[in-house]
Design a protein around this ligand. Sequence first.
Ligand code: PLP
Length: 322
Amino acid sequence: MALPQKTLRDATSLLEAGLITAEALPALSALQSRYAVALTPEVQARITAPEDPVGRQYIPHADEALSQPHELADPTADAPFTPIKGVVHRYPDRALLKPLLACPVYCRFCFRREHVGPDGGLLNEAELEAALGWFAAHPAVGEVILTGGDPLMLSPRRLAHILGRLAALPHIHTLRIHSRVPVAEPSRITPELLAALRLETPLYLCVHANHAQEFGPAAGPALRALHGAGLVLLGQSVLLAGVNDSLAALEGLLRTMLAHRIKPYYLHALDAAPGTARFAVPDARALELLRSLRGRVSGLAWPVFVRETAGGAGKRPLGPAW
Ligand SMILES: *Cc1c(COP(=O)(O)O)cnc(C)c1O
């Protein structure tokens, strides 16, 4: 079956594609100036109904305009740990580098969705040089984690430049990229991009996906090629009501990751970002799910269940414990 031609980026296009109703159009048109929308051709092809486990993640919803009292604009408290634009330094030995604030999909539950947009918010040359200079001046930071937005939305040339500069620093022993691209837009995994990712320094790629249904026919070859280029593939997911908060869905997701050579790394509890309440899973329910999963799947499939602590204390494992 041929893929749809283009990425859908506004409520009107979603209506034309039959993914929202005419009644929802005014509210969702108002919302799109606050939270960007993007459904890639690959993602559109994975959606069988607007409220299915893929549609629910990416199609905007009027409830996003409603904030709950406990929801925070910066739930992971990145701001106080930002020494210089594009860098987040919370732990002694590793720090984030955010070269680009654009994303292939703009998940409706992402805590960064308010700050990222289709224009990208690319660090300019001087800002990028300053960020790279910060890493050069901090020898205790041996691991750089490229996140965003999504670093695999960068041009291969720019990505090669950034990775090359970091890998050339003698104290950098580990590089890591967090990305939605291999599953949500595998057409971006081109030979040029693979060449940029082929490094001597160990490069870990943490692939974000939340349901087995997201993995389309092009994801397999893209992930195989990334593995073939020497990257270690890890999986990161968020536990989401109506997406993967069932034993069958979670088991299916973890097994699908293993089948693609992805080692599940973190399962995140939802960050309390504004307008995300419809995805919340109570902790008691989450722990019950994980207890019933234990023993059903290989230990290889087992992620660590964590929550980002408000106030910036970092990721805290939530259990279950026996
Ligand atoms: C999540 C995160 C990391 C990486 O933490 P790991 O537990 O090593 O995956 C590093 N820095 C910041 C600011 C983070 O939020």
